[in-house]
Design a protein around this ligand. Structure first.
Ligand code: SF4
Length: 451
């Protein structure tokens, strides 16, 4: 049985609730869960409020993937409580799963909802805190809260939990066993989002490649059904471990609505380190996977995560990681300096890499990542593509609208051009911006000329 911990007992909830503030940090799955709660609150008549607006209820989806994430989760909790001292405060997420009792004692916390009960968080919070819902005001527009937050891509949670035990990862303990949302339920969510104006959904899970293992189906089935039975313009995949990919996976990309971008966490380019991490994919298997993907999917963009300075990482291991990352031509590398996470096996491994070496290696990898990214952006100059422009409806006059190409490269246009948020627009990529991190584009009219 899962348990909710109740913290302080505060004054009763106002009879006319003004707003719910939602905060998350960490992975896309946390974001997807937050969006699910946001839709559920709106369905029950609540208004989702942004930064600076008064809130009666604040819900935080915490993260515990690293000690830094733990620190930030607590920091957000205190900041949000200071800004909304009278609001009821509900905390969930991985930190809540690992340290529920301690969190319930934190100043301001009214309720801690376990990860296992996350899918029922709204119902649980309303009942436990005796918050009156207002069904007469309820709306059924699942996109509204996204647009309110200046977001156009909808993260859709399709799976939770993981059966593996990578030695650096606390997720298995925090999220539990694998479970998947049935295909009809995901279809229904995506169809509702699409009919309310969402153009892009991002399928998210802890171990997305394991989707369906508990339901007798797999990720390929899910994607095929989404392509056949929804009209959403773009389907993107969230982070995917580089193994367990189902039969027929690459063929799905023949449908241009499945976006040619994959985030495949490599973690290290040294097999010796991968073994100590208990990863299920050696470098030669990773390279084969990438080769197959690039052969099957034109312009596939691959991004990754790499942990730097894992215990026992020698200079030779490190050179292998740099070489391998260079060969894989990643479009983006998220660089994580190793920090021991209490409760993981890696925290007890010998031969820690000293802080100075770790820092130097992080810098070397960031330099390589920037160079690879620049190469990737340069290859695109002169090509035509389609961008989903994002952001709030109105921008300051000196800010150009931005968005992403199908293969997830960031694009900006000049300020003042009449492109709306949530608009899919054909563009020509003309240059790289001064920061070296984004492409500059010119919108094309329907005949292919510059508008
Ligand atoms: S496969 Fe991913 S989620 Fe599962 S234990 Fe490893 S890093 Fe964590």
């Amino acid at each position: 049985m899962s348990v909710q911990f109740e913290g302080r007992r505060s004054a009763s909830f106002p009879s006319t609730p003004s707003g719910v503030r939602l905060e998350t940090l960490g992975c896309r799955l946390n974001e997807a869960e937050l969006e699910g709660w946001s839709r559920e609150f709106e369905r029950r008549g609540f208004r989702i409020v942004g930064d600076g607006e008064p809130a009666d209820l604040v819900v935080i989806n915490s993260c515990a993937v690293t000690q830094e994430a733990v620190r930030k989760s607590r920091q957000i909790l205190r900041r949000v409580h200071r800004a909304n001292p009278a609001a009821r405060l509900v905390v969930s997420g991985c930190l809540a799963a690992l340290e529920a009792e301690a969190l319930a004692r934190e100043s301001g916390v009214d309720l801690v909802v376990s990860n296992r009960d996350k899918d029922r968080l709204v119902e649980i919070a309303l009942a436990a805190l005796a918050i009156p819902a207002m069904p007469e005001l309820a709306i059924d527009d699942p996109a509204a809260s996204l647009f309110t937050r200046g977001r156009q891509r909808a993260f859709v949670k399709v799976q939770d939990g993981c059966r593996y035990q990578c030695t650096f990862c606390i997720t298995t303990q925090a999220r539990g066993a694998e479970r998947s949302r049935p295909i009809p339920e995901v279809l229904e969510s995506v169809n509702r989002l699409a009919s309310n104006g969402i153009q892009e959904v991002v399928l998210s899970g802890v171990h997305l490649g394991g989707y369906g293992s508990d339901l007798g189906t797999d990720l390929a089935d899910l994607i095929a059904r989404l392509l056949a039975e929804t009209d959403v313009a773009r389907i993107r995949l969230g982070s995917l471990e580089p193994w367990d990919l189902p039969e027929g996976f690459w063929r799905l990309f023949e449908d241009g609505r499945l976006m040619p971008h994959l985030h495949l966490p490599l973690q290290s380019g040294s097999d010796a380190v991968l073994k100590r991490m208990a990863r299920r994919c050696k470098t030669d298997e990773f390279a084969r996977l990438v080769g197959a993907g690039r052969a099957a999917v034109p312009d596939l963009n691959l991004t990754t995560d790499i942990i730097v300075g894992f215990p026992g990482e020698t200079e030779d291991d490190w050179c292998r990681t740099l070489d391998f990352a260079r060969t894989m031509r990643f479009g983006q590398i998220h660089v994580f300096g190793f920090s021991p996470r209490a409760g993981t096996l890696a925290a007890g491994l010998p031969d820690r890499v000293d802080a100075e070496t770790r820092k130097r290696r992080c810098q070397e990898l960031k330099t390589l990542a920037d160079a690879l990214r620049l190469d990737r952006l340069r290859e695109q100059i002169g090509t035509r593509t389609q961008v989903l422009f994002e952001g709030p409806p109105v921008l300051p006059p000196d800010v150009g609208r931005s968005g992403y190409t199908p293969n997830y490269l960031p694009v900006r246009i000049a300020p003042g051009l009449p492109i709306a948020s949530n608009q899919l627009c054909d563009v020509r990529l003309t240059a790289i911006d001064k920061t070296g991190s984004s492409l500059i584009a010119e919108p094309l009219d329907r005949r292919g000329g510059v508008e």
